[in-house]
Design a protein around this ligand. Structure first.
Ligand SMILES: Cc1ncc(COP(=O)(O)O)c(C=O)c1O
Length: 359
């Protein structure tokens, strides 16, 4: 690849991408597979690009073993736009589990569209946990869905079970998409901004049954561009899509497939997380943010005893080629995002840094 030595990228998002994918992009950027033009210069209406987007869609469908009556959409506007599109398309009265900033934002947007219920929240505990399997109150009978955030990027918590609900589930999987297998049966919608595990920013992946995605039943006042059916009926090419971003998402999905698929990713991620949490638990100066049962395998959040120690730790990390370890500005402390593409060697380097850090 050339240039500076590659850093250990612990960024929360945009996050690390597989080096093999970056190298393939580099090879193809100016002259896509010998066709004499860049992927970025191609018409999204060309047969070449149609094949690229179709392959990206199929690879994701295969990874999740999606039923034949499900579809995969590539949208824009980030996961944040989904906070609004979900209630506009699925109806008001949705129930929400509030486990952090992103769920709070999702609930707030739903309340702009109509009624929405906060069924459970860990706000008063500083979002240090997600609800346990038996803790979520019954979803109201008239709720069209139960919305939750499977991994809370800022607080470093993650569900290790599927919440029980009478209503079908809608899940923001932005920060653990493609990181572990998911049985989609209880879901009616899954969405994820690509920029953590799945590709560059600017692409949002939406999975759902065709019956829901292709048939709009919401209010007539909702602009057509905010309706899933508009995008679903045009194979995500109602308007010009993020052609480059979708191409990279397709390459990342193939990288996951070739590495053994979602079960293999889950095993690799579990091993990285176990090594890092083990080192943190053993360190006398470290305090983890998340309750152990809710610990995230994607974003590992922790504090040292003083802010001076945290600043010293970050200086040492920078000197050793590690970046992105500062916690989110809203919570402070430290955070290591160890997404799919973060190599075990990078986690080993962080574990070694912890062993050497005496305050
Ligand atoms: C879990 C989760 N949901 C939603 C968002 C917002 O995503 P976007 O910036 O794509 O709108 C983020 C961003 O970091 C996130 O981590």
């Amino acid at each position: 690849m050339g240039g500076a030595e590659r850093k250990h990228v612990f960024n929360a998002g945009p996050g690390a991408l597989p080096r093999a994918v970056l190298e393939e992009v580099q090879r193809d950027l100016v002259d896509w597979q010998g066709r004499g033009l860049s992927i970025m210069e191609m018409s999204h209406r060309s047969s070449t690009y149609e094949a690229i987007i179709a392959e990206a869609r199929q690879t994701i469908a295969d990874l999740y073993a999606l039923p034949a009556d499900w579809d995969v959409l590539f949208l824009q506007g980030g996961a944040s736009l989904q906070f609004a599109m979900v209630p506009m398309n699925l109806g008001s009265g949705g129930a929400y589990l509030n486990t952090g900033t992103w769920s709070t934002n999702a609930l707030a947007e739903a309340r702009r569209v109509g009624a929405a219920v906060e069924l459970w929240s860990s706000a008063e505990r500083g979002f240090d946990r997600v609800p346990g399997p038996d803790e979520v109150p019954a979803t109201p009978d008239d709720a069209p869905y139960l919305h939750y955030t499977s991994n809370n990027t800022i607080y470093g918590t993650q569900y290790h079970h599927v919440p029980q609900s009478r209503a079908p589930l809608v899940c923001d999987m932005s920060s653990d998409f493609l990181s572990r297998p998911v049985d989609v049966a209880p879901y009616q919608l899954i969405y994820a901004g690509a920029q953590k595990n799945a590709g560059p920013s600017g692409v949002t992946i939406v999975l759902g049954p065709k019956a829901l995605l292709h048939a709009y039943t919401g209010a007539a006042s909702v602009p057509v561009i905010l309706r899933y059916a508009t995008h679903a009926k045009k194979d995500s090419m109602y308007n010009t899509p993020n052609t480059f971003g979708i191409y990279v998402v397709g390459l990342v999905a193939k990288w996951v497939r070739d590495a053994g698929g979602l079960a293999a990713m889950a095993a690799r991620n579990a091993a990285k997380a176990e090594a890092l949490y083990g080192a943190l638990d053993a360190h006398p100066l470290v305090r983890g943010h998340a309750e152990p049962a809710s610990r995230s395998q994607m974003n590992v959040t922790f504090r040292l005893e003083t802010e001076d120690q945290e600043a010293a730790f970050l200086r040492l990390a920078t000197a050793r080629g590690m970046m992105g370890l500062k916690g989110h500005r809203s919570v402070g402390g430290l955070r290591a995002s160890i997404y799919n593409a973060v190599e075990p060697a990078s986690v080993d380097a962080l574990v070694a840094l912890l062993a050497d850090f005496k305050g």
